[in-house]
Design a protein around this ligand. Structure first.
Ligand code: ZN
Length: 318
């Protein structure tokens, strides 16, 4: 059966919740640290076991992430739950280590223009920062993830060359980052492109543990996940309720939605360790906190076998 686990051992799919970083980061209004912690703690209670919790960037660059260390201290740590911090440089890595992250994620954009506009530095400078921060992660015994932003296309340059993606993956692996995230930062991935890109990386670097990070900008985020499943990818990044994207920037939509992703994974026969109904309840709470409708659909419709009563249909018709 397509999309299904290949064996009993292959049943687990890891969902990494990135709403607190990728989602909240683009919110113009300050979200109190306690609220961010409440959301993460509620998600841990619902069974989510992996988070990109925050970013140790300069508070001047991203004010919403200025509370990274304070937030880490408010999260109820639980064995088996992995909290990742995004780190742009050596200084961020020291802060992340002091805040006791379980994993550090470094990021470089596969597009030079996106790198310059988003990270304010060239690809080479960003890679040099990674080479400086990697030994810090190793010294503290903290595993490293290398994220390739705009891996499937760039809004300024169009198609991104696979050679650029391979160059970054190789640099990450050399620097000791076995976990590689391919980020579809602006929602330009398509199923054939996902297949092509992932297959090239799998063939060249079979040791890489690949995670996929999709945005639902053009409505095909979960279709891309289906292709990832076929390719054997068992880690996906998503945000609760589909948080993300600036609410004032048309077209800048959020990550694929965690509860919709979990619904899909469960229906395809995967275990995530997550209680879907509890997850949907958290999504509705987050929607309340954001004071606007979020794109997530499962939290509105519920499970496919949540039957409607005939009474309610009759009332609707009448
Ligand atoms: Zn993203």
């Amino acid at each position: 059966m397509p999309f299904a686990p290949r064996s009993a051992e292959d049943r687990f799919a890891l969902v990494t919740e990135v709403g607190a970083r990728d989602g909240f980061q683009s919110e113009p209004k300050w979200i109190p640290t306690e609220v961010k912690a409440q959301v993460i703690n509620a998600l841990i209670d619902a069974g989510v076991s992996s988070f990109e919790a925050t970013s140790f960037v300069s508070p001047r660059a991203v004010p919403q992430m200025a509370d990274a260390s304070e937030l880490m201290a408010l999260i109820r740590r639980k064995p088996g739950v992995r909290l990742t911090g995004l780190v742009p440089n050596a200084r961020g890595a020291e802060r992340a280590a002091a805040a006791k992250v379980d994993m550090m994620a470094s990021f470089v954009s596969a597009s030079e223009t996106h790198c310059q506009t988003n990270l304010n530095k060239s690809q080479d400078a960003a890679l040099a920062d990674f080479q400086e921060l990697a030994p810090i992660a190793h010294r503290y015994g903290i595993p490293l993830r290398g994220a390739v932003a705009t891996a499937f296309g760039c809004p300024f340059e169009g198609e991104v060359s696979i050679d650029n993606v391979l160059k970054l993956v190789e640099a990450y692996l050399r620097g000791g980052a076995r976990h590689i995230t391919l980020g579809d930062t602006t929602g330009m991935a398509t199923p054939p492109l996902v297949t092509r890109t992932v297959q090239v990386i799998q063939a060249r670097f079979p040791e890489a543990i690949i995670a996929l990070h999709f945005h639902n900008t053009r409505g095909i985020g979960l279709a891309n996940v289906m292709n990832g499943l076929e390719l054997g990818i068992r880690e996906y990044e998503s945000s609760i309720g589909g948080l993300g994207g600036c609410p004032f920037a048309p077209g800048a939509t959020g990550n694929i939605c965690t509860e919709d992703l979990v619904y899909l994974l469960h229906e395809c026969g995967y275990d995530t360790g997550i209680d879907l109904e509890a997850l949907a309840a958290v999504a509705r709470q987050v929607q309340g906190v954001m004071e606007r409708e979020l794109p997530g659909q499962f939290m509105k419709a519920g499970s496919r076998l949540k039957l409607s009563s005939l009474e309610s249909v009759r009332r609707a018709v009448g």
